[in-house]
Design a protein around this ligand. Structure first.
Ligand SMILES: Nc1nc2c([nH]c(=O)n2[C@H]2C[C@H](O)[C@@H](COP(=O)(O)OP(=O)(O)OP(=O)(O)O)O2)c(=O)[nH]1
Length: 127
């Protein structure tokens, strides 16, 4: 089973998403959370730290693991604190859960996004 670590980076009720390249054979053009595959020698958190630096140039300062999502791949989402401005060649932005509802996203992300829109969710009271 492919294990994937994802970063949910929240700032003032909005969340960072980037758009996968249209040329990517996997989920082309869909708006995703940054992250990627966990290498055999890594924990999901170690993979997330590596991917955040590689993909958007941010240092992971704190992370809270959320429940694992089982699907075609196993997703390990984390609520992440990573200060600074993300740098990526992909299209990106900060989106509210309501705005995310209008974006094409990976099917496995729908339930995550739904939970982000819960009034209980947020920095003070994470998911
Ligand atoms: N990064 C990311 N991947 C997601 C999300 N939702 C989702 O189902 N996935 C899936 C798509 C892929 O099957 C897998 C991640 O693969 P990837 O191609 O982005 O991983 P990677 O950066 O390690 O890529 P590579 O080394 O193989 O090029 O997880 C998401 O929000 N973000």
């Amino acid at each position: 089973m492919t294990e994937v670590a994802l970063a949910l980076i929240g700032r003032e009720g909005r969340w960072f998403l980037q758009r996968r390249a249209g040329s990517n054979p996997v989920l082309p053009g869909l708006w995703e959370f940054p992250g990627g595959k966990v290498e055999p020698a890594e924990t999901p958190l170690e993979a997330l730290r590596r991917e955040l630096l590689e993909e958007i140039g941010l240092e992971l300062e704190a992370a809270t693991a959320l429940p694992v999502l089982e699907g075609p791949v196993r997703l390990h989402p984390f609520l992440v604190e990573a200060p600074g401005r993300p740098r990526t060649d992909l299209a990106w932005g900060w989106f509210s859960p309501g705005e995310m509802a209008n974006l094409p996203v990976p099917p496995a992300n729908e339930s995550l996004i739904h939970r982000l829109g819960d009034p209980q969710a947020g920095r003070q009271n994470p998911i």
